[in-house]
Design a protein around this ligand. Structure first.
Ligand SMILES: Nc1nc2c(c(=O)[nH]1)N[C@H]1C(S)=C(S)[C@@H](COP(=O)(O)O)O[C@H]1N2
Ligand SMILES: [Mo]
Length: 201
């Protein structure tokens, strides 16, 4: 479906009606976060995969740059009711990252994702973070990801509401049990599928 043949097109983006219930399309890209961008020193940046994987692993910025890159075209649906269509993300696919951590252990059922903004995290089921369109993105529409949108690197999980797509991603912990993250503790849904309007738990 995509003209660029090396682009993974998110399954939701291939739907005929691409706007989930009670969402409206925006051509802008609003900035939304709980407490603003953390100050990050690229020399000290690292990203880790922890918990229920065969070999927990962590990359510094230079190591992360040389991992195989993918491009994903996907829509982005915020629970505050805006949807931004046709984002072109580039970065490293979650499947690639988990493979480099030796793969999931059989008890891995949920992910708890931490941002560099102090205390912020979010939880989701493992099948969404391991979908073919999920990635740690370092660029958007051909430009390096801006700090306000989560640069240098953010998680993108196109098939869930945007709050699961952790900006300034620091670590992903795979777990047997589901633990509520920042918004989830405040009543937001443990899964957050926009097509089923899973806004609140
Ligand atoms: N680390 C971190 N990631 C975060 C947030 C946050 O506060 N901290 N907010 C989430 C919310 S509620 C939304 S809607 C999206 C917004 O992404 P954007 O600012 O790039 O549009 O980021 C999500 N990721
Ligand atoms: Mo949000």
């Amino acid at each position: 479906m995509d003209m660029e043949k090396d682009v993974i097109v998110s399954p939701d983006t291939r739907r005929e009606n691409r706007i989930p219930p009670h969402q409206s399309r925006t051509l802008k890209w609003p900035v939304l976060d709980a407490s603003g961008a953390p100050s990050l020193d690229i020399e000290k940046w690292s990203f880790s995969i922890e918990g229920s994987v065969a070999n927990p692993i962590s990359w510094n910025w230079n190591e992360f740059q040389v991992l195989p890159q993918v491009k994903v075209r996907a829509d982005f649906h915020c629970v505050t009711r805006w949807s931004r269509l046709d984002n072109l993300w580039s970065g490293v696919s979650m499947r690639e990252l988990v493979a480099r951590a030796g793969g999931l252990l059989p008890n891995a059922r949920f992910a708890l994702v931490r941002g560099y903004d102090d205390g912020w995290n979010t939880n989701l089921p493992v099948e969404y973070i391991l979908a073919e369109d999920a990635l740690v993105a370092t660029a958007h529409d051909g430009a390096p990801l801006s700090v306000e949108h989560g640069g240098p690197a953010r998680l993108i999980v196109p098939q869930l509401y945007a709050w699961k797509s952790a900006k300034w991603v620091a670590a992903i912990e795979f777990r047997e049990t589901d633990e509520a993250g920042f918004w989830e503790e405040n009543g937001y849904h443990m899964r957050g599928d926009p097509w089923n309007e899973e806004r609140f738990g």
